[in-house]
Design a protein around this ligand. Sequence first.
Ligand code: 6PG
Length: 242
Amino acid sequence: MTTMANTKVYRDAASLARAGAEQFVALVANAISVRDRFSVALSGGSTPKAMFMLLAGDEFARRVEWSKVHLFWGDERCVPPDHADSNYRMTQETLLSHVPIPESNVYRIRGEIEPAQAAKEYEQVLHTFFGSKDNFDLIFLGMGDDGHTASLFPDTAAIHERQHWVIAHYVEKVSMWRVTFTSVIINAARNVTFLVSGSGKAERLNEVLNGPYQPDRLPSQIIKPDTGQLLWLLDTDAAALL
Ligand code: 6PG
C-alpha cells in the first residue's frame, strides 16, 4: 500500500475492499465509544459491493456492534426498492440480509415515490436523526468515470446547492431521476471516504486530484470536508496516472 496526501493505494480491488471494511469497523468502534452510535451513508454503484460482502462475512461481521449502526444512503435512483438499479436492493443483497442490523436502523430513500417528496422526506429524517449539532461519522462515496459523486453529475445545479442536505433532480446523462446528498451534508461529515477502482477511472481521478478546480465538470472536487477527514482509497489501476 502506498500513501500520498489523504490517498492510499492498494494493489487490487480485493485489497481496496478490505481497506474500506477495516475503516468501517474501526470507525464503528470509535463512534460507539464516544456517542454510543455509528452513523454511515453508503454509496451505490458496483465498487462498494466487494466491501459490503466482506462486511457481511464472518471475518468482519462479528467485529461490528450492528445494533448501534445507523445506515443511510448518499444517493438513490428513483426506482422501487426491488428494482435492478436500486442501491438499496444492492445493499440488501450484499450486506443487510446477512447482518443483524435492526430494521429500524436502516433508513431507506423511498425511490418509489415522487422524487421531490422522497428528497424532502429523507432530509427530514436526517434532521430528526442528527438534530442541530451532530452529523455523519462516515460517508462512503464513489466516483464515476465522468467525475461525478453520489448523484452530483457534471453541469447540474445540484453541485452548488448550499441550503438543502438532500435534493432530487432529473439527470439527463443517465435519463433518470435521482435523490442525492448535497455537498452541504457530505462536507459536514467527520469522515468522507472515496473508494475508486479500475483503469477506467484513472484519467478523471488524476484531473480531480491534480487538475484545476472545475467542480461543474468534475463534481467530486466539491467534496472538501469542513472539519472532517477526506480519504481516497484507490487501487493501482485507478491510481495509475497520479
Ligand atoms: C450511484 C452511486 C454513484 C457511484 C459512481 C461510481 O448511485 O451510482 O452512488 O455515485 O458511486 O457512479 O459507480 P461504480 O462504483 O459503479 O463505478
